[in-house]
Write a protein that binds this ligand. Sequence first.
Ligand code: 0A1
Ligand code: ZN
Length: 860
Amino acid sequence: MNRPEGQNARYLADYQPYPFILSHTALDFTLVPDATIVRATLSLAPRDAATGVDLVLDGGKDVQLLRLTINGAEADPAHVTRDDEALTIAAAALPSGPFTLETEVQIDPSANTAFEGLYISGGMFCTQCEAEGFRHITFCPDRPDVMATFDVTIHSDKPVLLSNGNPVSQTEGHAEWHDPWPKPAYLFALVAGDLVAISDSFTTLSGRNVALNVWVRPGDEDRAGFAMESLIKSMKWDEDVYGREYDLDVFNIVAVDDFNMGAMENKGLNIFNSKLVLASPETATDLDYERIEGVIAHEYFHNWTGNRITCRDWFQLCLKEGLTVFRDQQFTSDMRSAAVKRIEDVRTLRARQFREDQGPLAHPPRPDHYEEINNFYTATVYEKGAEVIGMLKRLVGDDGYRAALDLYFDRHDGDAATIEDWLKVFEDATGRDLAQFKRWYTDAGTPRLTMREDWAEGTAGGTLTLTFTQETPPTPGQSDKQPRVIPIAVGLIGPNGDEVAPTRVLEMTETEQSFAFDNLGARPVVSALRGFSAPVVLDRQIDDPTRAFLLAHDTDPFARWEAGRDLALSALVALSQGQPGGDDYIDAIGRLIADQDADPAFRALCLALPGEEEVATRLYDLGATPDPDAIHAAREGLARRVAEAHQDLLSEIYDRMVVSGSYSPDAEAAAKRSLRIAALQLLNRIDNGERAEILFGIAGNMTERMAALACLIARGRGQTALQVLEEEFGDNRLVMDKWFTVQPMAAPPADAAAIAAKLAKLPGFDWKNPNRFRALIGGLTANHAGFHAADGAGYDFVADWLMKMDKVNPQIAARMSTAFETWPRYDETRRAKALAALEQIAAIEGLSRNTREMVSRMIA
Ligand code: 0A1
Ligand code: ZN
């Protein structure tokens, strides 16, 4: 293997087990905002008594050692060395058998702006330890394959004191917790604050009673009910579908305002970004509700896929994340519409993972090296990791999948496992050889699949031969790609619109391969890659009338939606290049919206034009250089033509899709609202915002109000509505985040960067709060032509803020830097400006390892 990265890179190939066994960790916290004392007692033993090796404990610069004893005796300072990242105790100072190591350290949670380790959010102490945060709390072997049972004692004057596992004792100013399940340090959590709970209970499969609490700040209780409902549904679903039961007496969820990610699956004590817990009809949108349900499920499902079975090392991150995303996607499909969920997931996959896979940050679901692990919580590890499992399931069938999963839980409970272990359970349970399939885990890049059709009339009553070729473009560090196993789900539609061959999964293993369908009579239309059966780019010769035919007749909802999307993209590509286009799309979409039988959510998805970035990607795929301004103009123009052509139908939908009664976030009601909003967004192009203005004034739910607000801003008449929202919700962080996002996002592109700059000067732009920072910066980067403005104003604004944020919270700066990952696609002027912005960041002295790694990969 070549090792091209910086000196700090870590390599999968270098894996060695930790030379000591840690059986138990006892922690004692005295919580003081700027001087917290942590006493840790680690029960250790050499893994191999014969080899006297030094004991290396991870510990960041921010951990100040006050005292260290081994078996109760003060360690000789000559045997202890300290650098910025670790504490080393020389082998000579260690007993040859089991021993107890005690440390006392001091840390300063009030100075922790990176939100890694123990920090303070809104006056509450809380922790985030994945991936390597525990080493900012105390000295320890901070790696996922070192697992111990925990006892935690907390001293604090805060009224609510929580940690992992089961409560042992709770008195004023003091609490003790015991976690009987061995766990790695990254699953440790502690919370101390002035909190209130909404509580419920759940009786498990085997009759165990579990106390459930969702902890929030006083005053937020009335917005926590949906999270609790989602938790109960998740617990039941995991029992019904996977046979997995919860294993402690309590399950606590805590909402915090300052959080780098969405949520965290700490054993028995999940910590959530408050935006993924708190919801009321007045403050949250349908999408927020759907996300809350999905993320509550995701974190809960980690209890088995992540906690009971964890990862051997961080290279295996997709072992827990890919599987848990796959499980939460299954859950949402079961709770809501499976067809709609699949389309939404594919949209996200393409927008985030394909984008990553096709640019300078491409990496395999299981990377073989990294510099900063926090940079690898990516769409590839999560979403592609889930797609790979979907393919496995398609290949082995539902029964094979269930047998493999049962074996996985049985064989690996309590283990820190690898992708090899995962694939082996499938091989053992089903008898399949998965050596070639493994490439999905080890190789980066999105395969391009080309499909050719050959029709032979006379032979065997009419034979259609499909010939596929696959090719994966080179990615950083991987130039030569071998063919992968690709499950291609195909169905055939006869000329009269009837399905003549139901879905068949073709298993492609070669670079080029043909599959024949006999006895067809007349030449059918191929419905290919049904259900998006593999994460590939499909390239086929197909004209717009055939796409329109599939949009009208395909029985597979994904393929049907895809046909409409392809029609729209083909029009937008032509229009953005100054050519005519769009007539077939406008006709076909008219037929679809008139079809009262079709599911409203599905019609809404079809009505929404592909985003500008999607058009840019398609142009780039076709070998053209995308022009963001031309794309914006083309999309606006087409939307207007659709609105003009179907004005009556659209206003009828808009008037009819009103959900009566009180608000409910369920799938059916949300579907109606989504169709109504899709119609509004088109009509907004020709009614100059009239409907949006009325809707904003009368809507009782945030879904419609936000949609109306975005429409008003796009028409340049959002001021009054923005003021109203600010007056009404100025003290509600989550609503104000939306307020900050929508302005640069929905603005005409030429104004977007200036609007973002103006908002950044407001006192309400509390940029050290990750949600607020993401709201504003992310709002601008979501405006494709605004961020990629030819004068470079978008690039400069974002780069300036990344540099500022890097000093405070490197994880957030590094993550947001991916806004630049598509820079090589654009014209020379834009490329030069984006590159200059990246180089300016790279030149900063003291730039974090996080941002340095990202920027240097993007520049390379
Ligand atoms: N494991 C969590 C995600 C997570 C990862 C890293 C974090 O801090 C750096 C926080 C959360 C999940 O998959 O939900
Ligand atoms: Zn996860």
